[in-house]
Write a protein that binds this ligand. Structure first.
Ligand code: ASP
Length: 342
């Protein structure tokens, strides 16, 4: 007997549920129950929907790892009862949250779909309805009574992406996200076109394990022509710092100045995990391709390959919280854990 899919809608905040403050004119989060009143269409969907809301919905610029723990806990506590989860989240940091949750939810066998909108749900021209309705439909997809999608995804403006491959690219367009190094998992047009061959292939059928308390002793350093020694030194000497994601140029290239290399050498010698990611929106780090990355390769920097900065920093936080042995840190980081790198 096949029953209707049960979907849990988790509202964390974001524009989708915001309204204008009468006094200031600024957008701020409002009560979730109003959100449901605004979309009676939800009742027409062929699934059972229940909702849970953050007590204080937030603009996603205020997201932090404790809130990722909250989201993970909600999913953990309701995991056995629901077939899928849709997380309503502000778009500003949605790619960070989707990346973080992908690492925190090990052996995930059900869909966790992040979505939101650029315009509030009450706005006449809102993009919220399509995003929300299709995200719920995607989370409800079942085959032989099993969820079709078994990973953390992000649905926005007709495209379903692997969450940890995404980045926010536009603050104005409805098409606000891109997945520069991995194709969309599904596209919604007249029909929903699902690319099953691209779905994350889990290696085991183990039970869900939820990892919380990510380690925030990390930093993202974006290189720029003119970066000086004092700035770099002050970063690598941050007390308790355990890891840095360095956004380098092109295929993982950086200045060859002696002071620059010496500083990174000192960081590595002090036990810092240093990850090399490219500040290009597409393509991959390939240390050794140019002379300007040979020294980085020799220092044993971790290659982020084609990972996004969002996935790199959350993977670093996750791995540091797992007390991964220093000797295997680089190998594990350079291996795909949740389909986040090629
Ligand atoms: N500032 C909002 C947020 O990220 C933007 C959005 O929801 O799209 O919460």
């Amino acid at each position: 007997m096949s029953s209707k899919a049960k979907i849990l809608l988790i509202y964390t905040g974001g524009t989708i549920g915001m309204m204008k403050d009468f006094e200031t004119g600024a957008l701020k989060a409002f009560n979730f129950s109003k959100l449901l009143q605004r979309i009676p269409e939800l009742r027409q969907l062929d699934c059972e929907i229940e909702t849970v809301s953050f007590e204080n919905p937030i603009d996603s610029s205020n997201i932090n790892p404790e809130m990722w723990d909250k989201m993970a806990t909600i999913i953990e506590e309701h995991y056995s009862v629901y077939d899928g989860f849709v997380v309503l989240h502000g778009s500003d940091t949605m790619s960070y949250s989707a990346s973080a949750l992908s690492f925190m939810l090990e052996n995930l066998a059900k869909p966790v779909i992040f979505t939101g909108s650029q315009l509030p749900i009450g706005d006449l021209r809102t993009d919220a309805k399509e995003n929300l309705i299709t995200a719920i439909q995607i989370a409800s997809l079942q085959e032989k009574n099993k969820p079709v999608i078994q990973e953390v995804c992000l649905y926005f403006e007709y495209k379903l992406y692997r969450g940890n491959r995404t980045t926010k690219i536009n603050a104005e367009h409805f098409n606000a996200f891109a997945s520069p190094n991995f194709p969309a998992l599904a596209e919604s047009g007249v029909h929903l076109k699902v690319e099953q061959n691209l779905f994350f292939q889990k290696k085991s059928r183990k039970k869900l394990v939820v990892h919380k308390n990510l380690d925030t002793n990390v930093f993202v350093l974006k290189l720029f022509p003119g970066i000086n020694e004092a700035a770099l030194q002050s970063i690598i000497q941050i007390p308790n710092l355990k890891g840095i994601v360095v956004e380098t140029y092109g295929a993982g290239n950086a200045p060859t100045d002696e002071w620059f290399i010496r500083a990174l050498e000192m960081a590595v010698a002090n036990g810092l995990q240093v990850v090399n990611v490219t500040q290009c929106s597409g393509g991959s780090v390939n240390m050794g391709q140019y002379e300007t990355s040979t020294a980085l390769k020799k220092l044993g920097l971790i290659s982020g390959k084609d990972i996004t900065t969002e996935a790199a920093i959350t993977k670093l936080m996750y791995m540091l919280s797992q007390n991964v042995a220093a000797s295997s840190f680089k190998t594990i980081f350079e291996t795909s854990l949740r389909g986040e790198l090629t």
